[in-house]
Design a protein around this ligand. Structure first.
Ligand code: NAD
Length: 264
């Protein structure tokens, strides 16, 4: 592993308080970056930033709701003041709401689209404006395999994650001339607090060890998603923009459903 791919680089990362965002922030710091964590829950990102600092890395935190344009303005301004430039943005903040389509509440639709899609747009636009003035950069959005195939009862989540693909392609097309790359990482099932909150103990254990829907038979770890994010953010991916990298243990490649059919 190249241990210093991000030496002297600055990274802004939304949703770094736990799960995939936390693992990604820790990996960026290990590879030499200075990281600003942005999430709604200040106590979580304060703790992650302090722990990274205690381990010799460079990280700080700024509490902001990414669905609020004024809060995003303040967060990106803080990043510019602190760093002078922004080399990398990772849009990782995300929420879900489970409800059947026919009774899906309007306010839940607005909230999920507001954080996952509008929040990613706001962060990307504000950060890209800074990047255009400081020589370019790399932006990675975190979508989901739910952008390609629907998980039931979560229409707003699925639509928001599919919407990110259009946001990504548009940004790649419009921003290449400014030296800005934009890409998507689409995780499959990943062992994080978000996943944990939707399943019981036995199911979580099964998904971790013997998940027969997935060719690799297990969820990914947050660290495995982080590795893909850092690749796309790094100069190793210098000719990659507008792309989508699926990290799902083969889930979306697998149409083999025989094991789920009734026996006999
Ligand atoms: P998580 O719930 O563990 O963490 C989400 C983070 O987003 C937290 O730090 C939280 O504070 C932050 N956040 C939520 N709302 C916010 C807001 N309005 N403003 C700022 N920050 C906010 O989630 P995770 O499982 O680590 O997922 C991270 C991303 O990966 C999400 O976009 C999620 O949709 C996506 N994803 C997760 C999985 C999975 O299986 N866990 C699969 C595919 C995609």
């Amino acid at each position: 592993m190249a241990a210093d791919r991000f030496k002297e680089k600055t990274v802004v990362l939304s949703g770094g308080g736990r799960g995939i965002g936390e693992a990604t922030a820790r990996r960026f710091a290990r590879e030499g970056a200075e990281v600003l964590l942005i999430a709604r829950t200040g106590s979580e990102i304060d703790a992650v930033a302090a722990d990274i600092g205690a381990g010799g890395g460079k990280a700080s935190a700024f509490a902001a709701d990414v669905s609020d344009p004024a809060a995003v303005d303040r967060a990106v301004e803080a990043a510019r003041d602190r760093f002078g430039r922004i080399d990398v943005l990772v849009n990782c903040a995300g929420i879900d709401h489970d409800s059947p389509f026919l009774s899906f509440p309007d306010d839940a639709w607005q909230r999920v689209i507001g954080v996952n899609l509008t929040g990613s747009f706001l962060m990307a636009q504000r950060v890209a404006r800074v990047m255009t003035e400081t020589g370019g950069g790399s932006i990675v959005h975190i979508s989901s395999i739910d952008a390609y195939g629907a998980d039931g009862n979560q229409v707003a989540y699925n639509a928001s994650k599919a919407g990110l693909l259009g946001l990504n392609r548009t940004m790649a097309t419009e921003l290449a001339s400014h030296g800005i790359r934009s890409n998507v990482v689409s995780p499959g099932y990943t062992a994080t607090p978000l996943t944990r909150q939707y399943v019981g103990d036995a199911m979580y254990e099964y998904m971790t060890k013997d998940f027969d829907r997935i060719p690799q038979r297990r969820m990914a770890t947050p660290e495995e998603i982080a590795a893909a994010i850092l690749f796309l953010a790094s100069d190793d991916a210098s000719a990659i923009t507008g792309s989508e990298l699926t990290v799902d243990g083969g889930t979306t490649a697998n149409l083999y459903i025989v094991e789920t059919l009734p026996a006999g």
